[in-house]
Design a protein around this ligand. Structure first.
Ligand SMILES: [Ca+2]
Ligand SMILES: [Ca+2]
Length: 351
């Protein structure tokens, strides 16, 4: 501590010039003025009298017969009969300046400030460090540029693969949604709802329910139209010699569902002879329904062929493709044919 002691012992230097003759004139030494009431010289307080007694921010201390200009940090004691009385409360002669994150204690020692202790500056989690602190955000949030606030992560902006159909961002999270006719499978995939199994279809008694990707269809349980009659499930036979001239004697109805935009070429359906006779040779062809050239029939054996998808189909759409099997009876030298009417239901999406 810097202290300046100004001792004011025995300073009553008052010079009184006393003459017997009138008029009486009194002269005081410099720094004093004559008090006519008390008839004595008294000290002039230069600090109150002079506006700029001290320059450069120094403090002015009045003193008998003069004044002192001292630094503001100086502590002044006035000695009065051997007792030291502070002129003003003692103040540290210098202030400890601690680095950021540290604060001075009563002993003027810089110590760590626990910023997380009372009022955490972090929006979510605060971790105190020596001389600093660290904010962390809850899952689904990231630290903002101010390093204390937490802002939602838009997971949907990461990639279009976050969700198979639609990504919905939400504070701290996200969710996937599926279109009508689908349900969420796990977190991101959409799975077709099988309305026919769930019983949520509205097919009539004479209809059968056929599930496809994104919906369902109702088809007549008996697809056979005159002159055909139903012999077994999905099989129609023409029995009348007169009426069946020039039309296939048998038509089998089949249904299948595929997703849109399938990678091609893709084997999608196998046609196979149900009755196999000796000394016969079978050929297969697409008789109708392939005007756009979306399909190709590849022979796979004497009794079977594979329907190949050659173009990615867009949906929702229904294709009806007539596949014909021509049987050559080699020994008896005649041919017969049967028809398979394949209904292909393409869903609206690739899933
Ligand atoms: Ca989010
Ligand atoms: Ca469905």
């Amino acid at each position: 501590m810097l202290g300046i002691c100004v001792c004011l012992c025995a300073v009553f230097t008052h010079v009184l010039s006393q003459e017997v003759e009138e008029p009486v004139s009194y002269t005081c030494t410099e720094g004093y003025e004559y008090d006519a009431v008390r008839e004595q010289c008294r000290d002039i307080d230069e600090c109150t009298l002079l506006d700029d007694a001290c320059k450069g921010g120094m403090q002015c201390i009045n003193h008998f017969g003069g004044y002192l200009c001292l630094p503001k940090s100086a502590v002044i004691y006035i000695s009065k009969e051997g007792e030291q009385v502070p002129l003003r409360p003692p103040q540290p002669s210098h202030t400890i300046r601690c680095a950021a994150g540290f604060a001075a204690d009563e002993q003027n020692i810089c110590g760590d400030v626990n910023e997380c202790d009372v009022q955490s500056p972090c929006q979510h989690h605060c971790y105190n460090l020596i001389g600093s602190f660290l904010c962390q955000c809850e899952q689904g949030y990231e630290l903002a540029q101010d390093l204390v606030s937490c802002q939602d992560i838009d997971e949907c902006s990461f990639s279009s693969y976050m969700c198979q159909y639609q990504c919905i961002n939400s504070p701290g999270s996200y969710s996937c949604e599926c279109p009508e006719g689908y349900q969420l499978q796990g977190n991101r995939l959409c799975q077709d709802v099988n309305e026919c199994e769930m019983g949520t279809h509205n097919c009539q008694d004479h209809e059968m329910c056929w599930n496809y990707y994104g919906g369902f269809r109702c088809y007549p349980k008996n697809p056979c139209e005159a002159p055909y009659t139903k012999t077994s499930e999905n099989r129609c036979i023409c029995r009348s010699q007169a009426e069946c001239q020039g039309i296939p004697p048998s038509v089998v109805y089949k249904y299948m569902s595929i997703q849109a935009d399938r990678t091609v070429p893709a084997d999608i359906f196998q046609i196979q002879a149900t009755n196999i006779y000796a000394n016969t040779h079978n050929t297969f062809r697409i008789k109708a329904g392939n005007e756009a050239g979306d399909f190709f029939l590849r022979p796979s054996s004497n009794v079977s062929a594979m329907l190949v998808l050659t173009k990615p189909l867009s949906g929702p759409r229904e294709y009806v493709v007539d596949l014909e099997m021509i049987t050559h009876h080699l020994a008896m030298s005649y041919r017969s044919s049967s028809l398979l009417r394949l209904t292909i239901i393409v869903g609206p999406y690739a899933f």
